[in-house]
Write a protein that binds this ligand. Sequence first.
Ligand code: F6P
Length: 365
Amino acid sequence: RRRIAVMTSGGDSPGMNGATRAVVRMAIEKGCEAYCIYEGYEGLVQGGKFIRKMEWSDVRGWLSEGGTLIGTARCMAFYERPGRLRAAKNMILNGIDALVICGGDGSLTGADKFRHEWPGLVDELVSTGELTTEQVEPYRHLNIVGLVGSIDNDMSGTDATIGCFSALGRICEMVDYIEATASSHSRAFVIEVMGRHCGWLALMAGVATGADFVFIPEKPRADNWKEEMCTIVARHRQLGKRKTIVIVAEGAHDQHGNKISPEQIKDLLADKNGLALDTRITTLGHVQRGGTACAYDRYLSTLQGVEAVNAVLDATPTTPTPFIAINENKITRKPLVQAVEDTKEVAKAIEAQDFDRAMSLRDTE
Ligand code: F6P
């Protein structure tokens, strides 16, 4: 019976447990044995108790749990060849030849490299006498499938990453709370949201809450951003608004690449010679990432987890490593390497201030 393992890696995101549950159950449903690698790549390198066989009931109730119950870690050892060699040995000793990884683009790129390096790692395990030819023979090829788990929604080639809609919902809920106190005092709030180099969370939260002004990395503000923001906020105030909400992505910067910080925005809104608004800063931080998954992330992770197992079972040694995407509401398989390259190109295009290219690359199907 084939043994399929699932692992979560990088920053946790709501829905990762749904993905783990779906992979475990679909693997069992298809007559395979299911394994979980605990603590991400660290568990793969350590082996032993970190690699556990899972039964159907082991993942009961996981859909409604936040974070990742099998843990995640940033593993330095896996960046080095000896670490990957140990990981390969642990997989072979456990009879695992297929790995489904739920993580961000960095984790998935690492997985693809591991797959390409695999034949060489196996040869080395034999030549150094760690394993015998008979032991490695059934494991000449490694099968990898990616699931994109990240709150940032920063991966090209998919409309949504597992976790982004939960984080967006949480941000909107928090902005609603802030609005109540803001309008009570007629205050302004600068709210910093996560997203790393991606402005999706900030932009969508701005639209969904009707924020006065939004800063995102994909659209660095021109030199007149201060006047622009103050003019808009002043107009909204004249229209009778008792609250001002400015949402700033953590990666926001101006056209010269200088970070636009919440403090800078606050000072401007509070300037006694200008708007003179009583202003506070709220950095939402990890509440955006923790907590339970919303309905969308529960079903997205479930459907994608099921498709990941199908992709494992369909794969041949020459199939390019796929990741599971969603495009226009359909679950799809896409080449992982292409999507990772496009994601990197987006960052480069933003740096070069070619925003049309950045946007079109993000939309790439
Ligand atoms: O990638 C997810 C994310 O939450 C980003 O939005 C944020 O920049 C980063 O991870 C925070 O990482 P850490 O939890 O290691 O502080």
